[in-house]
Design a protein around this ligand. Sequence first.
Ligand code: ZN
Length: 332
Amino acid sequence: MKVAYAGLLAIAVSGCSLLGSDDKGTLSENPASDDMAASVPRGDQPQDCPAQGAALQVLGSGGPIAEAARAGTSYLLWIDGEPRLLIDAGAGSFLRFAQAGGKVASLDAILLTHLHADHAGDVSGILNTGGFEGRGEPLPVIGPDAAPRFPGTGEFLARLVSKDGGAFAYNGGYLDGRENKPLLEPRDIVTEEGAGAPAGLDVSNQYSVMAHPVHHGPVPALGYSIEIEGKTIVITGDQSALSERFASDLAGSKPAILFAHHVINGESGQPRGLHRTPAQIGELASALQPERLVLTHNMERSLDPIEASLSAIGQSYGGDVSAAFDLDCYAL
Ligand SMILES: [Zn+2]
């Protein structure tokens, strides 16, 4: 396995994580581990995405537990220096969106993998800032359908901003396109408990996007694949190994980058019905054959035993593996 990885990895001193990485995000020992200033993860040091071509920036590389310098899950697709697609808006991504230079006005759509707070908690804040940009065109917001305890994407937006009882009813213009707000165009993708058919999303004529239903316990959930100029990015979303159709539909697709949500370690007591273990991430990577595997949705519980995780992944996948920090940018 081509992991340039020096054996560390997470040392905690006074509550600060000393996990470091090189410019590619490859896991490595932090050379300045005795310097608390240098121990701040790279999330507070935005990487610029290239002015030409396509790139995916990880806005939030963390999960539901508030941990140092990691916002909840979020990605921003850049094409020729323009922010074009926001995928998830977990808690904390509002700030990362601003640090990255994101603008709602230039988005083709907002995609949501599922409606957990670590993936959708900052939707209202990001919409709110967009209301100050003067965007005139409608804005598609695409995500999963409903299930018990989870509204569908359209209902989720209505509960946020409906003039008739929404939590932020003063922003109700998003649902009728009035009051200088862009009209939201919600779309619920049928998930069928992770077994539904992939759905093509018509959000741009410059790239294509597919929404893939995945299994995430009782939570309606999606992964996404994005193809731009013959190269593909795959985002697993939160998914368990029961996401068999996702794996089979994308098998052998050789994406340029597979972003896998690295939520749990391989030890017992972890919520395996919701997430892939590191070994199961390795099996997925083995099936898809990406040029590069990037672990994100990282948490202390998944990073602390990182040597074990990398070893488990390496049982099935021999390619390049790295771990993302907030604001890391991956050019295609
Ligand atoms: Zn999550």
